[in-house]
Design a protein around this ligand. Structure first.
Ligand code: NAP
Length: 267
């Protein structure tokens, strides 16, 4: 299998690195392009890695082409792919705003299109990856593309109309979690901890809570109740969060991301 990754930033770089590390692809079967032609830090020191700036040459011989550029760069890149990739090569897109229909139309219906969404924990293989159903993609191609994406983390197949919700609650959500983590660390400093100590306590708590939720499978409300003893310290804090509109603010924030993604698709 030959793979081209267009874009070597956070997502393209992570995908290349993790595929090579996992032995899912050999360095001779992978071509990566960016604008500068420079090997990014994440990929430095990999012997034999080919890096280019010519998207057309990079696509000509590929079975899979992953578009890992920002949506603003899509039009140029899609022209390059349409002009050079061979019929039947499979396109994988991880951008908001470009639906399967739009990508198919834009590439003159020449390629099966896989639409997916990742998030930044993908850099360490801990991402949450949504892959959209597309009955037009041959089953073996869909399976293979999903397997490629699984090096970035946990994958789940969804309907395309659910993708904007995924953008709101996992694609964009690392930023919300980091705002919360940083704020909690601030509170630790306020309470007398050193900054690095406060960050350590807050981040291990976040990690432990995520693991407990995933492994235990309990509803978040049950896990919250486990911490809230009657007339205790935690319920005081939870009451303050509710009074500050924390829950509503989180929902509205995620909805803003979903709306933005939906509007990008209308342009
Ligand atoms: N980061 C996230 O949290 C996240 C989450 C989910 C989905 N995504 C999606 O993943 C995609 C990639 O995002 P990213 O965060 O990896 O972006 P990024 O870090 O900004 O990287 C973009 C890459 O595209 C390259 N590029 C730009 N124009 C190009 C062109 N014409 N030909 C070839 N390469 C070109 C850039 O090369 P130079 O460096 O040489 O300019 C850079 O390597 C986006 O569609 C984004 O929406 C990102």
């Amino acid at each position: 299998m030959k793979l081209t990754i267009i874009g070597s930033g956070k997502m393209g770089g992570a995908m290349a690195k993790r595929l090579l590390e996992a032995g899912k692809i050999g360095v001779n079967d992978l071509v990566i392009t960016n604008r500068s032609g420079k090997i990014p830090q994440a990929l430095s020191g990999i012997p034999g890695l080919v890096m280019g700036t010519d998207n057309r040459a990079a696509c000509a011989d590929s079975d899979y082409i992953l578009l890992a550029v920002l949506p603003q760069q899509y039009e140029q890149v899609l022209s390059d792919v349409t002009a050079s990739a061979r019929e039947g090569a499979c396109l994988i897109s991880i951008a908001p705003g470009y639906s399967i229909a739009r990508l198919t139309e834009r590439t003159e219906g020449r390629f099966p299109v896989i639409r997916a969404m990742a998030n930044t924990p993908a850099v360490i293989g801990e991402g949450m990856i949504a892959v959209c159903e597309n009955p037009s993609v041959p089953e073996d191609k869909f399976r293979e593309a999903k397997e490629l994406l699984s090096v970035l983390g946990r994958t789940e197949v969804i309907r395309e109309e659910q993708l904007n919700a995924v953008i709101g609650i996992s694609g964009s959500a690392p930023a919300y979690f980091y705002v919360f983590l940083d704020a909690l660390a601030d509170a630790g400093v306020l309470g007398g901890l050193h900054r690095d100590q406060a960050i350590r306590f807050a981040e291990q708590t976040m990690l432990g809570c995520a693991r407990l939720a995933v492994q235990g499978g309990e509803h978040p409300a049950v896990l919250r109740d486990m911490v809230c003893s009657p007339a205790g310290t935690t319920i005081e804090a939870v009451a303050r969060l509710e009074a500050g509109g924390f829950r509503g603010t989180v929902i509205e924030a995620a909805r803003a991301a979903m709306d933005k993604a939906a509007n990008m698709g209308k342009k």
